[in-house]
Design a protein around this ligand. Sequence first.
Ligand code: ADP
Length: 309
Amino acid sequence: MKIAILSQNPHLYSTKRLKEAGQQQGHDMRVVDYLRCYMNITSKKPTIVYKGQPLENFDAIIPRIGASKTFYGTAVVRQFEVMDVFSPNQSQAISRSRDKLRSMQILAREGVGLPITGFAHATQDIDGLIETVGGAPLVIKLLEGTQGIGVVLAETYQAAKSVIEAFRGLDANILVQEFIKEAGGADLRCFVVGGQVIAGMKRQGAEGEFRSNLHRGGNAEEAILSAEEIDTAIRAAKAMGLKIAGVDLLRSNHGPVVMEVNSSPGLEGIESATGIDVAGKIIEFITKNAEQTEEPDHSSGTFRDRIRY
Ligand code: ADP
């Protein structure tokens, strides 16, 4: 099988591991920098050109689209979809997952457990917003933040009010969330492939830090997940339409709550914490499902509908 890994950097751990795992399973693996692809979208025969050569005869792609490159990255993924190339995560699902607010609305509609959350732009009604989530302490998040930057814990009502006012001055979109104190500065990363949780890790924030991000000095170990946590992660990935997803949960006293569903979850942390060959499992899933594209059946809907779990 000929598989393209859409990644800006062939030296990243995740990219290297996917390439290696694919080769070990006998596939022809190529790393393609999607920012250097251009597309012919006008002809009857859609094509993608990369470094002057058309990308042809690929059976599958593995999109690893950077958060800041979502617009162009998903356009490239979409072009492969038009060419009937299998993608475990489709362009639409990737775009959906990149919008934190939209993701939460989708998860809420599907009845997936979430922290009580309020959303606002430049609201005048700060008191009302704070009340929505049950008052202080609460967490305030910039909608555009990543890696824990722009995530603030406000311990008191007054602090919450000041931070919201400050963000309002920046004309930013914000989420206001109940603070899950009982999580104790830890979260769970559940790695979902093809509707199954194949690995789980617990990340613990550094001493005195409520954010568990590894980039902020947290550490990770393998997690023993409860049946409810596994079920929540699977339902969250499914609601987002993602076959490969990193679902981040907090252990709250009202059950597991989803914070985020990531469509390009990193492999380094999870493979080293658990010793599981996550890259190998991704390739196995793709091998099993891309085979179907050899006889495309447009009458039965999209690839998403035809995917085997
Ligand atoms: P980012 O996407 O920037 O990493 P997150 O929303 O994942 O931001 O928040 C970063 C970290 O902060 C999380 O991993 C979690 O440990 C902690 N955190 C976020 N929201 C809450 C909350 N409502 N209650 C308790 N801890 C939280």
